[in-house]
Design a protein around this ligand. Structure first.
Ligand code: FE
Length: 202
């Protein structure tokens, strides 16, 4: 039976840390280089794949529809598939709905489109509070959702991994797909952020 892939994370994390310390002690790895590598996959390479999916959905209505109908297949069209991305569902933000994703049990996350999860995504406070008080969590991330807008929280599991399709910001009509992809942030695809143009209020 499939389970949350990283349910055994505490033990695995301890083993990884022990291995990392040993390798560092023997001078085989540089901890700073390890941190840089994690940062690369967590913040830069990983979420850029998801950003390309979002930008294509914004400029290509037929692709957007395929993405909402069968996210796994539509994402695979762009070459993103594999481990922790086998069963994807895309939830679309609209004028009336804002979506957020969490894994309440552990830290399930769509790796092929978002890379490695940020530390806060794996933290107990985020996992608990995003369910109990999603608007409060959003406020802390600098996003204030109007009272008349519904906030939906989706619990990601090993079986289903969600990706938020954020709203395309106003004033981007002249932008091409690559320019749009550059605006899309990791947090906007988790739902703890929205896409803004050059830091202007969305
Ligand atoms: Fe999980």
């Amino acid at each position: 039976m499939p389970t949350h892939a990283d349910r055994k994370e505490p033990e695995a994390a301890l083993r990884v840390r022990a291995l990392e310390s040993l390798l560092a002690e023997k001078g085989l790895i540089d901890p700073k280089a390890m941190d840089a590598m994690v940062d690369l996959y967590e913040n830069r390479i990983g979420p850029r794949n998801g950003a390309r999916v979002v930008a294509k959905a914004w400029v290509d209505p037929a692709y957007r529809q395929r993405l909402l109908d069968d996210a796994t297949a539509a994402i695979r069209e762009l070459g993103f598939s594999g481990l922790q991305g086998e069963d994807m569902v895309v939830v679309e933000n609209t004028d009336s709905v804002h979506n957020m994703i969490v894994c309440t049990l552990c830290s399930c996350y769509p790796w092929p489109t978002l890379g490695l999860p940020p530390v806060w995504y794996k933290s107990a406070p985020y996992r608990a509070r995003v369910v109990a008080d999603p608007r409060g969590v959003l406020h802390e991330f600098g996003v204030d959702v109007p009272d008349d807008k519904e906030v939906r929280v989706w619990d990601t599991t090993a079986e289903l991994r969600y990706l938020v399709l954020p709203q395309r910001p106003a004033g981007t009509e002249h932008m091409d797909e690559a320019q749009l992809a550059a605006l899309v942030t990791r947090d906007s695809m988790i739902g703890t952020g929205v896409v803004r143009t050059n830091g202007a209020p969305a």
